[in-house]
Design a protein around this ligand. Structure first.
Ligand code: NBY
Length: 844
């Protein structure tokens, strides 16, 4: 032995870091290093995709180092951290956001220019990981950006699905076509597989009962009969202008045993792999439903897999700090993003009782102090209820614990139940209807110390209607935390020209992390020069969209003097895309009846719609088909020309939203009042100078409060008035109450103007019968407000004033404000900024 073998901690100074700095020459060296050593490429054979990968690996290296420093610092300080558990994260592309957050855009631009590439084109090589459905998943992603930016000790926990949300295309009949999203076909450079962290997760099996020698009390132990492995995959989350770098930990499922060799030897090749395939199934696909429960056993397994792995990891990290289990509520605040991770409640209770040997009182107290729950919907079809039978089979001990929680809870309810058990029945965690079901929202409320809705109106509906009994029972449990969006991605990154204008006008870019500064734009709202600049940026962004539509859909649309009117969101009856397309038919027919002279006065408009329908939601799919059929007729009618177009943009995604939102003049948020919990795209549009055409629902109301009622095109009734209208529909029949105008439009559809005569019958029957979403009632006010939008657009001074004031009032819509509220009202966590490293994030 020539060298003395010494075991001693590695000092950073001893490591030869590949980072000699972040000037462009060093960045180039790092990129070349990865081209040659991480990828099978060299400086002669690289292309733009390889360049994108190599560039991304250099970012990943930086983030890895920063995240090590961050975790080390948090551990030293023993700060309390937030753990956000969400079955969905809709992150969008990573590279641009990371480069901007690390403040390295110019240097990467220079580095890549030397290789013959524009950074902007390299950004476009990245695919968009779609590990979420809609607002709920995107909210989680905005929260992660804010948490890192504001130096909060926080973790995200979720699932690394093999296949994300399906890719949508439109078939020849106008129908939605779904294709598997194989997003891991190529390496995803921002995710680090953590092979050191493999956690066994059990399912099925039996419960052992025994007497605890010490206390003589009865104890239980679960013996699962099947195990899988949860493997960690980490995505590192950079903050804007800070070194703090948090972690999003996504679990993927692996088998305990990769291959059954005995079966393989006997020639049973299929059987030999069965184990692996069954395990992989758990994290194979994201369920494509939003605001509707799929109710499948595999989904339930996903939920348990997520929470079991996550709690194991949190407790492991607690113990790594040499702290006891009693300190859990001071170590982690665990937020349940909707009821999907509710099984965390019985799972933690099981760990505390059966493994940590705590008493029920201790265990229950820790559990309640650890968890809090966010509700995102009041639609009955989206409130999860799982059959007791299914839970007992998959997780027998958890079912036993849920029954125990329920028993103890109902004991207290019975004391105030003066009405023959009526209240007890309503509040029971277990419901007896067509089956015996566990009400997951009830369980989440009982097991948490705080429950929140996502906008003022939504929280009020929770308190006064949906969770009314619970609100009376626990008056201090319910709080509102209105949603917000990150200004980094949704203004600074997606609308660079507007970002520059704001920064130069305010003479500071402080607004990027303190959005309240936007209020100073108010004084420019009527400044002609400023309005011109503001409007020119909108036109610039519209031209980009115009080019995209031409390239992808081969449709010619105008730009100057044309209103871009956009509704982009999941397709759902309550969001009323149907009302939108019915109005398009109305305007189409109106224009067709006009004389030449009248036509010259028409305000030109393009109505864009984008969004996916859950594959099993047949009504939503019919709506997509109708939109495409209508679009086809209108766009090809020579009598209409460029006066009006309807454009359906396939495969809506975060990336597409980043193109659309900055290019929007007016966006539609026209849900039936009371149905949209908050909405978050409405906030993004206002931030980008788009005006809102909307109902008195969700966060629209708070946008009106902050930006001024006069700066929003609002129409329709309040949520309180909706039940009366519905009742009238039921009593008198919606058809009899429907305005003639709409009746005749339905007639035209039925005649087969937009497809075969029977094609849309089912869709229209609902409108004619009960019309649950009161489209008939709102149709005329909606059209009137659309007309108001069009005539206002002809008064540019007024329009741009509204647009600027909208933006100036949107400071409050930042997810930074939202997270501050969570941190203070619910989690009890504080920012913990890393001490600044000299020489801008230089490493090594
Ligand atoms: O959450 C949305 C709400 O509709 C929207 O109003 C709100 O702004 C947003 C953020 O708070 N909800 C949502 O996106 N929900 C889902 O995506 C979803 C997904 C799956 C299931 C239910 C809802 N599920 O039960 O499977």
């Amino acid at each position: 032995q020539k060298y003395k073998i010494e075991k001693k901690p590695l000092l950073v100074e001893n490591l030869l870091s590949p980072y000699l700095g972040s000037d462009f020459k060093n960045l180039q060296k790092q990129i070349v290093y990865h081209l040659e050593h991480t990828l099978p490429r060299n400086t002669k054979t690289f292309q733009s995709f390889g360049t994108y990968l190599a560039t991304s690996y250099t970012i990943r290296d930086r983030l890895l180092q920063l995240s090590h420093d961050t975790q080390k610092y948090y551990n030293e300080k023993k700060v309390k951290q937030a753990c956000y558990i969400s079955i969905e994260y809709l992150m969008g592309r990573f590279l641009r956001n990371a480069v901007l957050n690390l403040n390295l855009e110019e240097k990467y631009e220079q580095a890549l220019a030397g290789f013959g590439y524009a950074l902007e084109d390299i950004y476009d090589e990245e695919q968009d990981p779609a590990l979420g459905n809609g607002g709920l998943g995107r909210l989680a992603a905005c929260f992660l950006d804010t948490l890192a930016t504001h130096n909060y000790p926080a973790w995200g926990y979720g699932l690394r699905y093999n296949y994300g949300l399906f890719r949508q295309s439109i078939g020849s009949e106008g129908e939605q076509v779904e294709k598997t999203d194989v997003w891991l076909q190529f390496p995803y450079p921002f995710m680090v597989e953590n092979h050191f962290l493999r956690i066994p997760i059990g399912f099925y099996g039996s419960i052992e009962t025994y007497v605890d020698e010490k206390t003589k009390g009865t104890r239980f132990k679960w013996h699962p009969s099947e195990y899988v492995i949860a493997q960690a995959n980490d995505i590192l989350i950079p903050g804007y202008g800070t070194d703090n770098t948090n972690t999003l930990r996504l679990w993927s499922c692996r088998p305990i045993e990769e291959l059954d060799f005995d079966k393989f030897s006997l020639g049973d090749f299929k059987g030999a792999s069965e184990n692996r395939l069954n395990a992989e199934n758990i994290t194979n696909v994201l369920y494509p439903n939003d605001n509707e429960v799929a109710g499948k056993e595999l989904r339930f397994k996903q939920q348990y897999f997520l929470v079991a792995a996550t709690l194991h990891d949190i407790i492991r990290r607690l113990k790594e700090q040499k702290r006891t289990i009693y300190e859990l509520p001071d170590f982690a605040a665990v937020q349940l993003n909707d009821t999907h991770p509710t099984l965390a409640i019985p799972e933690l209770l099981r760990i505390l009782l059966d493994e940590e040997m705590l008493t029920w009182e201790e265990a229950w107290d820790i559990t309640q102090r650890t968890f809090s729950y966010t509700n995102h919907t009041i639609l009955p079809e989206a409130l999860e209820r799982w059959p007791v039978k299914l839970i007992s089979h998959l997780l027998p001990r958890h079912m036993q614990l849920i029954e125990a929680i329920n028993w103890k809870f109902l004991e207290k309810v019975r004391k105030i139940d003066k009405n023959n058990g009526e209240l007890t029945k309503k509040m029971s965690l277990i419901e007896n209807s067509w089956d015996t079901l566990v009400r997951m929202a009830w369980l989440a409320i009982v097991g948490s110390h705080k429950v929140n809705g996502v906008s003022g109106i939504h929280t009020n509906i929770l308190k006064n209607i949906v969770f009314q009994d619970f609100h009376s029972f626990y008056p201090n449990k319910f709080v509102n935390v209105t949603n917000g969006v990150t200004p980094r991605r949704w203004l600074h990154a997606c609308n660079p020209k507007l970002s520059e204008l704001i920064t130069s006008t305010l003479k500071s870019n402080d607004w990027i992390y303190d959005l309240a500064h936007l209020s100073k734009l108010r004084e420019y709202a009527e400044n002609e020069d400023f309005q011109l600049k503001w409007a020119a940026i909108k036109t610039f962004n519209k031209r980009k969209l115009q080019a995209y539509v031409k390239k992808e859909l081969k449709i010619d649309i105008g730009c100057d003097g044309v209103i871009y009117d956009i509704q982009i969101k999941r397709i759902h009856e309550y969001k009323r895309q149907l009302m939108n397309v019915l109005a398009s038919i109305h305007f189409y027919l109106k224009i067709k009846k006009m004389s030449k002279e009248e036509k010259t006065k028409v305000q030109k408009r393009v109505s864009f719609i984008a969004g996916k329908a859950a594959p099993g939601y047949l009504v939503a799919k019919k709506i997509i088909k109708l939109i495409n059929r209508v679009s086809n007729v209108i766009n090809n009618d020579p009598e209409i020309g460029d006066l009006f177009k309807v454009v359906y943009l396939p495969n809506y995604s975060v990336t597409l939203a980043e193109l659309l939102i900055p290019a929007t003049d007016v966006s539609e948020h026209i849900s039936t009042p009371g149905c949209e919990a908050s909405g978050t795209s409405n906030m993004k549009f206002v931030l980008n100078g788009g005006l809102i055409l909307g109902t008195l629902d969700g966060a629209n109301l708070e946008i009106m409060e902050n930006s001024g009622e006069e700066n929003v095109f609002a129409f329709g009734i309040t949520s309180k008035e909706v039940p009366q209208v519905k009742q009238r529909n039921i009593e008198q029949g919606a058809w009899n109450l429907m305005p003639e105008e709409l009746q005749s439009i339905l007639g035209i559809i039925e005649e087969g103007k937009f497809g075969e005569a029977d094609e849309f019958r089912g869709l229209l029957e609902e409108l004619k019968g009960v019309d649950r979403y009161i489209t008939g009632h709102d149709f005329i006010p909606y059209i009137k407000e659309l007309e108001n939008v069009m005539s206002t657009y002809q008064k540019p001074h007024k329009w741009w004033k509204m647009s600027i004031l909208g933006c100036a009032g949107s400071g409050w819509l930042s997810s930074d404000r939202t997270i501050k509220e969570y941190a203070e009202k619910i989690w009890g966590i504080k920012p913990c900024p890393l001490p600044k490293i000299e020489s801008d994030k230089e490493l090594g």
